[in-house]
Design a protein around this ligand. Structure first.
Ligand code: NDP
Length: 266
């Protein structure tokens, strides 16, 4: 039986990936931070991707692995001028360092099975929106990591894919808004004076988009394909808005900027 580990499997895209793979007959280890959060049918592994000892224990506890789905992630929304540096570090720690740490720990397993790795990136890996600079930096970094790793691991027969979803309806939007609320309320008054109106406009658009995004199952389908197709895609945009944003990124910078200002900040 093929075996997969999905990180961040408690909700959203990770839970959808775990459930889809279980239905397709995989044995699935679900990495979660709280006991009891794993989707039905998965084997639960306590795995905070920033916790070295949990990563080590997970790697020791899983004998065989054919697929690693690096999905865990957070999104911190805050103007770069005011984002507390510890929050910037946390953003990068979870979305970048944590992904590499888990990958390092499981590469010996994957080398034995000539297994596969899928990173859940984002259109934010190509397209940095205002107030999401920290998140976009983390997803841009993930693009670089996937590109380098793909070549490094080719001699071992380990395929590396990256999926790049646009807006997907998951709890990440509410979690991110809750963190932003607490950061904004703890920030200096200048923040509201300097950025208040544009942040409010951005949040209205984000709330609307989050609620009408594509389904997590659409991402799970792409992950499934990356794990099973004979020649998996190296990267895959998911959702109409991801494709639109990829197009906007091809415009000259100042035109691109004015599109985002018009659509997001007014
Ligand atoms: P969710 O918030 O539903 O899922 C995020 C998952 O990551 C949760 O299981 C969460 O666990 C887990 N997680 C957070 N921090 C850690 C940590 N330190 N260690 C281990 N697990 C952690 O959001 P999504 O399903 O939307 O997000 C999944 C991935 O998809 C992320 O990488 C995100 O960036 C990416 N993505 C999402 C898009 C969207 O529009 N939703 C678009 C593009 C990409 P817990 O429940 O304990 O918090």
């Amino acid at each position: 039986m093929r075996t997969a580990l999905v990180t961040g499997a408690s909700s959203g895209i990770g839970a959808a990936c775990a459930s889809r793979l279980i239905s397709a007959g995989w044995r699935v280890f679900a990495g979660v931070r709280r006991a009891g959060d794993a989707p039905r049918g998965a084997e639960e592994i306590l795995l905070d991707v920033t916790d070295e000892s949990q990563i080590r224990a997970a790697a020791n506890g899983i004998e065989q692995l054919d697929a690693l789905v690096n999905n865990a992630g957070i999104a911190i929304a805050m103007p770069l001028e005011f984002i507390p540096l510890d929050e910037l570090r946390r953003q990068l720690e979870v979305n970048v360092i944590g992904q590499v740490a888990v990958t390092q720990a499981f590469l010996p397993h994957l080398r034995r099975t000539r297994g596969r790795i899928v990173f859940v990136g984002s259109i934010a890996g190509k397209s940095a929106l205002p107030f999401l600079g920290a998140y976009a930096a983390s997803k841009h970094a993930l693009e670089a990591i996937a590109d380098a790793l793909r070549i490094e691991l080719r001699p071992f027969g380990i395929a590396v894919s990256l999926v790049e979803p646009g807006t997907i309806r998951t709890p990440i939007w509410e979690k991110s808004a809750a963190v932003a609320d607490s950061l904004v309320s703890g920030a200096p008054a200048d923040l509201r004076e300097l950025y208040g109106e544009r942040i409010a406009a951005f949040r209205r658009v984000a709330a609307k988009r989050g609620a009408s995004g594509a389904s997590a199952e659409a991402v799970a389908r792409a992950v499934d394909k990356a794990l099973t197709q004979e020649r998996p895609s190296t990267r895959k945009l998911i959702g109409r808005d991801a494709k639109l944003r990829a197009g906007v990124e091809r415009l000259p910078d100042r035109i691109r900027d004015s599109v985002y200002e018009r659509v997001l900040l007014r």
